[in-house]
Design a protein. Structure first.
Length: 408
């Protein structure tokens, strides 16, 4: 990967630098530059769309659609999000499945958190977001399948994009590349396609569910079959971002036990804890935008478009913006202005920002509150170190995600 360094982002305002490549990817983690950009009309960048299309085949979901389709579908989806009063129970059941207790007297148990969380959150999303009853063949498949979370490194994504390898004519080159160097990516795409089919074949939609609403939209021709399937796949993709965030939160809680007591005594504090986790460990390491003509949501044709990428980790750990940026200090969010300006954006910005923000924040907060409460029958064992913050992948997970726990 060292050979890719000449292509690497080199600080605020720098662009991928080789002139014979597409040279319009600006990277900036300067809040003032981001604020200035946010005043111009923009939509999701084609680079991000190209990366996301590759990520578990979400090639036809809302994420890669134009603004008007995204706005329309988000409005229809909103009432199907779990309500605030339902989330404590969802969180409690989730934690029960993530940390099952062995027979009494059994000592400490440990597990690889990310894999367990992706699987369990996917079941949670099917049950509570898509709102379907999962039948045994699908449940068995989810339980026995491995969910690796390694995608191509972001630097490489940038280079491949600059070389226009995302275009369909050059697709075979990408496939060859993945076959040679990124087998897990290929494997995960197969899993994703299989899951998409199995969700159609082995679930029963609950009344007024998001699944049946999507099926009606498909039947009435308002969305295509591919878009219907794309939305099913986006449940799996959301499970990955949620698993990354919840995993980091649990690992931080295990590494900083004094906060377990604090959240036990003051459950409202869990929210600040989660904000700090998302500052230091944002699941999406970068996302990006592209200018559009005023009043339009259509990408400009050709290569004249200027794509603007926000490297979130750099923004969240900039010492000119944050005091002691590398210190884990949730109390910083008690300050009323802590998030003011464009300096904290784990869920993106503008009209294409994450519609799952409120649900995700609540689910993670409630999960931590439950783990720290007297009702919970397990205790997390102390971890020696804070998690190491993943790598330069689209969705990043902690490197060492082993977590230990025991009965109280
Ligand atoms: C902690 C967990 C999550 C994080 C950190 C996260 C973060 C993000 C980010 C950074 C974006 C891109 C925003 C932009 O381009 O400005 C995004 C988009 C999106 N997220 Fe999330 N997300 C999370 C969970 C979820 C969940 C649970 C759902 C499902 C309900 C979801 C649904 C979406 C959708 C549909 C979009 C695309 C929106 C559009 O295209 O307009 N996310 N998310």
């Amino acid at each position: 990967m060292g050979k890719l360094n000449p292509f690497k982002w080199q600080g605020s305002g720098k662009v991928y630098s080789l002139p014979w490549l597409k040279n319009r990817l600006e990277y900036s983690s300067d809040p003032q530059r981001i604020a200035a950009y946010a005043k111009t009309p923009f939509t999701r960048s084609r680079f991000v769309m190209a990366m996301i299309s590759e990520f578990h085949l979400s090639r036809n979901s809302i994420v890669v659609s134009d603004d008007s389709h995204a706005m329309w579908l988000k409005r229809i989806a909103r009432p199907h999000m779990p309500t605030d009063d339902a989330i404590p129970l969802i969180a409690r059941e989730l934690m029960g499945r993530v940390f099952p207790l062995a027979a009494p007297g059994h000592g400490e148990q440990s597990l690889q958190l990310s894999d367990r969380l992706i699987r369990e959150l996917y079941r949670t999303m099917l049950d509570n977001m898509l709102k379907v009853t999962v039948l045994k063949p699908l449940d068995d498949y989810i339980m026995r399948t491995r969910f690796p979370h390694r995608s191509r490194p972001l630097v490489l994504e940038g280079v491949m994009y600059s070389m226009r390898l995302h275009q369909s004519l050059l697709r075979p080159v990408c496939l060859l590349f993945d076959g040679l160097f990124f087998r897990e990516v290929r494997y995960m795409k197969r899993v994703s396609a299989k899951l998409e089919q199995m969700v159609c074949d082995f679930t029963i939609p609950k009344p007024n569910s998001w699944f049946s609403t999507l099926a009606e939209l498909k039947a009435s021709g308002k969305i295509t079959r591919a878009q219907f399937r794309g939305e099913i796949t986006s449940m799996l993709v959301s499970s990955f971002s949620l698993a990354s965030a919840l995993g980091s939160a649990l690992l931080c809680l295990a590494a900083r036990p004094r906060y377990q007591q604090k959240i036990h005594d003051d459950p409202a504090f869990a929210r600040y804890f989660v904000m700090e986790v998302l500052r230091l460990y944002p699941p999406f390491r970068q996302f990006g935008y592209e200018q559009v003509p005023e009043g339009s949501d259509k990408h400009l044709s050709g290569s004249i478009a200027h794509e603007f990428m926000v490297p979130v980790v750099e923004l969240h750990r900039d010492s000119s913006i944050w005091k002691d940026p590398d210190k884990f200090y949730p109390e910083r969010f008690l300050e009323p202005d802590a998030m003011k300006g464009f300096k904290y954006m784990p869920f993106g910005m503008g009209k294409r920002s994450c519609p799952g923000r409120s649900f995700s924040m609540s689910l993670i907060t409630q999960s931590l509150r439950f783990i720290c409460s007297d009702e919970c029958n397990i205790r997390l064992a102390k971890r020696g170190a804070m998690p190491k913050g993943g790598s330069g992948r689209l969705v990043s997970f902690a490197y060492d995600d082993t977590i230990a726990y025991q009965a109280k």
